[in-house]
Ligand binder design. Structure first.
Ligand SMILES: Cc1cc2nc3c(=O)[nH]c(=O)nc-3n(C[C@H](O)[C@H](O)[C@H](O)COP(=O)(O)O)c2cc1C
Length: 412
């Protein structure tokens, strides 16, 4: 085990109620109060699956993840904003769409392959950038990368990951796409892009939906319930503000406060400027309107990810699957349009494809897999979603992606 991996493992132990006593002893952390977190109970509930392969759908992995994670970490992952209408809408809107299956089509074989920027992928399902994966499992982003490698899945790495882009790309077996948070400081943006490009990342994904901190109440509430001493890993509130980014591997050598990172003054000029220095592909993540899609085309971006940050940014109340059609219409097939938010089953993937998405990305589901069983859990999520999509394609009489058009679904 490398020194960094060992440190990461110890930090994880310190954060896990499963190992509260041991972790505290190793890492010098105040042990968790008795009864803190579901996992403090010795015996797992009998209905939890005991291995990744036993999971029948992604929700089986969610149950294990919730059982294993301490309240604050579960809350960080699960949270939406305000009353969480947008978080719910993302999932519920899929249920309002129904399939219009065609019969008497030869569906002996299905072909879910998709090509994005000249690279062919086995399925139109990618892993979203998700920050701080050490909070979920000691394998952190490397576990996700191992699963992405085994299944040849497109992986995006967060700017605020708990692993550097070089080690993640090495574990993935090829450079990942790099998600960039804008900052008010151009030198920082430049340094991050240069580092990602030096690691070979073929695409930069600029996230534009969080100009200020959002109102994450579930995260705040569950953090209060967590009796562990969070300062051991995160520092005091003051330190957290001033060193949050400096402690992330992608910011080694860069000092930046949380406020500076939010870049609330950012405009399309920034996108234009970023376009100017980005050698590879540039995508915008977080667009939800036709107006912004049109601006993005003018700015010369190569792709769009329709996203509301998994209901973690503004409380719009609108599901991304419902934002997708207007973006797709504005883009008119000129660049790939990916989408994320609420994708939990193969039928959801199918519905997004029918509404014009080139591919979908999943966020929480693979984190559930990671938290539950490390890389094996992430792999299981990918396997399940792919199998569900393939089966849906067969049952709907659409054996290739090009067969999944608008008429393959309807709106209840
Ligand atoms: C715990 C967590 C951390 C996230 N971190 C980032 C991030 O660092 N950068 C980013 O662009 N999006 C981030 N997102 C948003 C995801 O990339 C994605 O938009 C969202 O999770 C998709 O919705 P889903 O979770 O319903 O699949 C995060 C989401 C979660 C749940």
């Amino acid at each position: 085990m490398s020194l960094e991996s060992r440190r990461a493992f110890l930090r994880f132990l310190a954060g896990s109620p499963l190992f509260a006593g041991l972790g505290a002893a190793l890492a010098g952390c105040r042990p968790a109060a008795k009864g803190n977190g579901a996992a403090a109970a010795a015996e797992p509930p009998p209905d939890l699956v005991g291995s990744a392969t036993e999971a029948l759908d992604v929700f089986d992995l969610r149950a294990v993840a919730q059982h294993k994670l301490p309240p604050a970490h579960w809350g960080y992952m699960a949270t939406g904003v305000d009353g969480e209408a947008t978080l719910r809408a993302n999932e519920e809107a899929f249920a309002r769409l129904y399939l219009r299956p065609r019969r008497l089509v030869d569906v002996t074989t299905v072909d879910p392959r998709v090509t994005i920027f000249g690279r062919e992928w086995p399925a139109p399902i990618a892993l979203c950038p998700v920050s701080g994966q050490l909070a979920f499992h000691p394998e952190r982003e490397l576990g996700s990368a191992r699963a992405a490698r085994a299944s040849d899945t497109l992986q995006m790495l967060s700017t605020v990951a708990t692993s550097g882009v070089e080690e993640v790309s090495a574990a993935r077996g090829e450079p990942v796409w790099y998600q960039l948070y804008p900052t008010g400081r151009w030198d920082v943006t430049q340094a991050l892009v240069r580092r990602a490009e030096a690691a070979g990342c073929p695409a930069i994904v600029l996230t534009v939906d969080l100009p200020v901190d959002s109102n994450r109440l579930t995260a705040a509430r569950l953090a209060r319930q967590d009796a562990r001493d969070c300062t051991v890993c995160h520092g005091t509130a003051e330190q957290r503000e001033s060193t949050y980014f400096a402690r992330k591997p992608m910011f080694t050598g860069i000092t930046l406060g949380r406020g500076e990172m939010r870049a609330s003054a950012l405009t399309w000029e920034f996108v234009q400027r970023l376009r100017g220095i980005t050698r590879g592909r540039l995508l915008l993540k977080g667009l939800v309107t036709r107006e912004d899609a049109a601006r993005a085309l003018q700015a010369g971006v190569d792709g769009i990810i329709v996203s509301n940050h998994g209901g973690r940014a503004e409380e719009s109340g609108r599901a991304t699957i419902d934002s997708l059609p207007e973006v797709v219409a504005a883009v008119g097939g000129r660049i790939p349009v990916l989408m994320d938010g609420g994708v939990r089953r193969g039928t959801d993937v199918f519905k997004a494809l029918a509404r014009g998405a080139t591919a979908v990305c999943v966020g929480r589901p693979y984190v559930w897999g990671l938290a539950a069983f490390g890389h094996a859990g992430v792999e299981r999520v990918i396997t399940l979603l792919r199998a569900e999509l393939a089966r849906t394609m067969q049952l709907a009489g659409t054996p290739a992606l090009r067969d999944i058009g608008p008429s393959a679904i309807g709106n209840a």
